[in-house]
Design a protein around this ligand. Structure first.
Ligand SMILES: Cc1ncc(COP(=O)(O)O)c(C=O)c1O
Length: 421
């Protein structure tokens, strides 16, 4: 596939202030081991430079008819073309929003504004990101009947459960492509095919999956698909929504009618330009890079299991995003492990929500029936382009030390539930 190259020049920022802050950054971060690429990714320097250049030089409003406006419009449309090519869509099927969250909200709330869909039955899953889950809660408050599909013990939605949940009045379905905590891939293709055969509108949140696994809409019968640029070394604050031609979508924001009237607000040309450049690089490098990360991830998993007792791999035998390792550790709190690793300048994610001082296990792990002794010790380690073999040594050594130290602090009266429970 010929992908039009966006103009991204390397090392062209000469401002001394920027050089100073770069130097400070490398000093501060020289020992930082960032293993939280599912949360966000560092922007590629060449993308940041392309954005800086565009902010300065392409400042016109894409809706203006004069040459400054036309230059902005051209940049915006080139970015649209890039996303269309990457997804095998048409440029007219790509909308830009200000986040993956907004893309999800527009897809879900916008599709269900159709007068024929008032009060219809809709289906989603118990493992969706809050940007989908809370949009469905909103649908409930608007009178829709919502089915939240369960998952199996490895966090995967079962197609049979989906088929069982279908009703004559089911008109909209949203199932994520890969879960943001466990990385588990979901059977979106099979579910989308069933939806297509029944005329049900299908949305998928592909924010975590994009740039990690191939996604081509000419081969995937979804009507709506959400992406976010900051997961693929692009800027924060750019969402992308694929809207298949003829899908009935209504705006949820009102204003000047940009983005075919579906997402009013002056387009963020510079960030969208950077988002397209980052996405193109992610997709071009995907094959090799994901193979590299998968082999690092598999080795990390093995070494952790060889070194630390009573660690449970969350999705051991189902397809998972190649760069994600989710595990639970018996007899420790994931948040405490996270904070202790952070003291050693290692960044990972703990996958639980802290509310009013008490750490609640993640709803995703609860839905998977993770055993009691493990469920509070949840950790997500996600690798990325700066992860190297050497990082594995540092992580495993530090992690083993942290877990041993925390377990030593347990009172002897701590209930020793058998790990098989
Ligand atoms: C699966 C999933 N959907 C949606 C989002 C939200 O994207 P954004 O941060 O661009 O709003 C995220 C971000 O973590 C995500 O992981």
């Amino acid at each position: 596939m010929e992908i039009k190259k966006l103009e991204v020049q390397k090392s062209e920022v000469h401002n001394s202030e920027v050089h100073n802050s770069e130097a400070q950054k490398s000093e501060v971060h020289s020992s930082l081991l960032y293993l939280d690429y599912c949360a966000t990714t560092p922007i590629r320097p060449e993308v940041a430079q392309a954005i800086a250049r565009t902010i300065e030089q392409i400042y016109g409003n894409p809706s203006s008819l004069h040459q400054a406006g036309r230059a902005a419009k051209k940049t915006l449309e080139a970015a649209r073309e890039t996303f269309a090519q990457l997804l095998t869509a048409k440029p007219s099927e790509i909308l830009f929003t200000a986040s993956g969250t907004e893309a999800n909200n527009l897809a879900i709330l916008g599709a269900l504004k159709h007068p024929d869909l008032v009060g219809c039955h809709v289906i989603t899953t118990v493992i969706e990101h809050p940007a989908v889950k809370n949009a469905f809660r909103e649908l409930e408050s608007r009178g829709h009947s919502v089915t939240y599909l369960p998952v199996n013990e490895q966090g995967v939605v079962q197609v049979e459960d989906f088929v069982d949940a279908l009703r004559p009045d089911t008109r909209f379905v949203s199932v994520m492509m890969a879960n943001n905590e466990t990385g588990a891939l979901q059977p979106v293709n099979e579910i989308a095919q069933i939806c297509r055969s029944r005329g049900i509108v299908m949305h998928s949140d592909a924010v975590q999956a994009f740039g990690k696994v191939p996604i081509f809409v000419n081969d995937l019968p979804v009507d709506l698909l959400s992406l976010s640029a900051h997961k693929v070394y692009g800027p924060k604050g750019v969402g992308i929504l694929y809207v298949k031609r003829r899908t009935k979508l209504f705006p949820v924001l009102f204003g000047g009618g940009q983005e075919k009237g579906l997402r009013s607000g002056t387009e963020n040309v510079a960030l969208v330009h950077g988002a397209a450049a980052a996405a193109r690089m992610a997709v071009e490098e995907m094959g090799q890079e994901m193979e590299r990360l998968k082999s690092l991830r598999d080795e990390l998993q093995k070494r952790i299991l060889d070194t630390v007792e009573n660690v449970r791999i969350t999705c051991p035998t189902v397809p998972v995003l190649p760069h994600v390792l989710h595990l639970t550790v018996a007899d420790v709190l994931g948040e405490t492990v996270l904070l202790e690793l952070d003291r050693e300048s290692i960044c990972v994610s703990a996958g639980s929500a802290c509310s009013s001082g008490s750490a609640e296990p993640s709803p995703v792990l609860q839905a998977m029936n993770v055993p009691d002794r493990f469920i509070h010790g949840s950790l997500r380690i996600s690798l990325g382009k700066d992860t190297t073999q050497k990082d594995l040594d540092r992580f495993v050594d530090t992690f083993a030390g942290v877990v041993a130290q925390l377990r030593n602090m347990l009172p002897s009266s701590f209930p020793q539930i058998p790990t098989g429970v």
